[in-house]
Design a protein around this ligand. Structure first.
Ligand code: GSH
Length: 207
């Protein structure tokens, strides 16, 4: 099993975390995003949109991180990362969708206009940063309210793919100097401390 991706990429980290949680193994073939290798003809043959990650499981090639992690959860042995209860599974899907639709597009604006702007010497778009921050706060307020209901994890009592989709984005708020968005929300902070202290996450993020 091969993953074409980059260890710093949020989407690649979802895949690496899923494999780690399942106790599986795969070869990570690094695609250098700084050198635009994701746009090379070789990579575009694997992923027509020219981004990472891509999974190649013995000739079965699949891209899109959320599709890959659902596939891996079924494909690999190890603990189930999808609840068996119908309603909990629906709840997991809901939180994965919230991540994709409301959290990530906003949070990425924070990263582009803080961390990446500094790293690559790019100008800061203050309006985009303010809008991204407001959108991220809204998503985190909804999360905080959900956690206040007493649920330990997003989909119930067990860690699931929903956590795995949120984690890579939240992780980058800290180096982007926006960790207060997490730390100022008591339930979110406690949930984050629990999930980010998993040995699998430390392994994936190289901590
Ligand atoms: N919807 C895709 C998004 C993939 C994506 O945007 N990957 C980023 C890295 S996290 C990438 O390859 N960026 C390089 C580029 O846009 O050229 C997924 O979930 O896999």
């Amino acid at each position: 099993m091969k993953i074409y991706g980059n260890p710093m990429s949020t989407c690649t980290r979802k895949v690496l975390m899923t494999i780690a949680e399942k106790g599986g193994s795969a070869e990570l073939v690094t695609v250098d995003l700084g050198k635009q290798e994701q746009k090379s003809a070789e990579h575009v043959a694997r992923h027509p949109f020219g981004v990472v990650p891509v999974l190649d499981d013995d000739g079965f090639v699949i891209y899109e991180s959320r599709a890959i992690i659902r596939y891996l959860d079924h494909r690999l042995e190890g603990q189930d990362l999808t609840p068996s209860d119908t309603r909990e599974r629906a709840r997991m899907d809901q939180w994965m969708q919230i991540e994709q639709s409301y959290l990530t597009p906003n949070l990425m604006q924070i990263l582009y206009n803080t961390l990446f702007a500094k790293m690559f010497g790019r100008p800061v778009d203050k309006d985009a940063l303010a809008k991204g921050k407001a959108g991220t706060e809204k998503a985190l307020d909804v999360l905080e309210k959900h956690l206040e209901s007493g649920t330990k994890y997003l989909a119930g009592d067990t860690f699931s793919l929903a956590e795995i989709t949120w984690m890579p984005y939240l992780e980058y708020l800290f180096p982007a100097e926006h960790g207060d968005l997490i730390n100022s929300r008591a339930r979110t902070k406690a949930w984050w401390e629990t999930i980010s202290s998993r040995p699998t996450w430390k392994h994936v993020t190289g901590k």
